[in-house]
Design a protein around this ligand. Sequence first.
Ligand SMILES: Cc1cc2nc3c(=O)[nH]c(=O)nc-3n(C[C@H](O)[C@H](O)[C@H](O)COP(=O)(O)OP(=O)(O)OC[C@H]3O[C@@H](n4cnc5c(N)ncnc54)[C@H](O)[C@@H]3O)c2cc1C
Length: 411
Amino acid sequence: MKETPNSRSATPHRIVVLGAGYAGLAAAAFAAGRTKRRDDVQITLVNAGVRFTERLRLHMTATGQQLADLDLRELLADTGVELVCGWVTAVDADARTVRVDDRRTLSYDTLIYGLGSVADTTTVAGVEEHAYTLDSARDAQSFAAHLDRLETGTVVIGGSGLTGVEAATEIAEQYPGLAVVLVGRGVPGAHLSTGAQAYLHTVLDRLGVGIISGVEIVKVLPDAVALAGGDTVAADVVLWTSGVRVSPIAAAAGLTVDDHGRIVTDHALRSVSHPDVYAVGDAASIVQGYGPMHGTCQGGMPTGVHAAVSILRELKGKEPKPFRFGYIHIPLSLGRSDAVVQFTKPDDTPRRMYLTGRRAVWYKETVTSSPWPTFMRMTKYPWTTAFWPHGGRYTRRSDKEMASDATYSGR
Ligand SMILES: Cc1cc2nc3c(=O)[nH]c(=O)nc-3n(C[C@H](O)[C@H](O)[C@H](O)COP(=O)(O)OP(=O)(O)OC[C@H]3O[C@@H](n4cnc5c(N)ncnc54)[C@H](O)[C@@H]3O)c2cc1C
């Protein structure tokens, strides 16, 4: 039973947020702003480092570009949020505790789980040993250092999804002496509209990016990638962007997870097995009227804000509202001087409208640079509200559907 804020209990309600990524930080910042002058809520944010990682720009870090230094301590100064810098090693969902660095235990009343995702390096042999990833600033910097050592040679990008395309174009632009090859199952930009896809391919062609699609990489070797069927593609360095996986911590904690290890949530983003755990961002399995959401910053930040709003509602004795989110765009950088922005329906299928060239570069930069000032505003101004597209009929679910996932299994 949660205490209401009005009861002014001696022990504050402890909210622990795991992960200061786009989703976790949105949750912590929003909750901090709204509870600024209250002493009945205590917020702790646990993150691997003291800096905010702009994942949306890691392909820039991977090509040696300097990003802004976004310090969580500055963001959270005077907010009352305790920042714990450390590695979460376990959650005990029954005892409501979190282990950090295997030596510190934090207790919570409500947990917001936002540990994100990383590239899946486990399903193809040799990826762990011979490929780089864009999982963290440090990983991207190691890759950049490798590129700097190459004067000529071939960079193979494993995976031709959006991250692969953004990385390939950035590398081709920054390192014109290197050959860049995108290798993957799908055609790059396959889910964009015909016009946007054609534009993307014109740019890939202009930048000299090679494309090998319709293939399966079965092994990464020290100097090549091996394809199903026996062919190999020579590589001086491999960047792996194919597939994502989440931390095993949620499953190990006994939280109900889906086939990918993401926490299964109810309509309000609470774990279906442990309703005192909210799951946000890439680590959450969230179903909308159009089907499961896929991991993006676009959808991740609203999940964080919704979790914060819902917890504050619960503390007032109110039921949280259902979470609804509809996509609006796919902004894709193609190096520093070109981009394509595909506008979408709420279910992420392409509309006819898209932007290219300078207007798209401006749009993409505006979107990419907006999270940090948004977090700042949330922490500073308690009256800040957050808007996101709710998706209309695309995201609507029947009471029956929502009731079925609100059945907390066994609790
Ligand atoms: C190169 C690249 C480009 C992208 N471009 C776009 C784009 O243009 N648009 C878009 O919408 N999405 C894009 N994405 C996807 C987007 O970055 C993710 O969907 C988003 O970051 C998910 O947010 P999150 O908060 O769930 O996780 P994250 O942002 O990954 O944050 C997770 C946080 O948890 C921390 N953490 C993880 N495990 C632990 C642990 N055990 N202990 C302590 N801390 C931990 C991490 O250090 C991190 O700070 C891109 C991704 C990449 C890699």
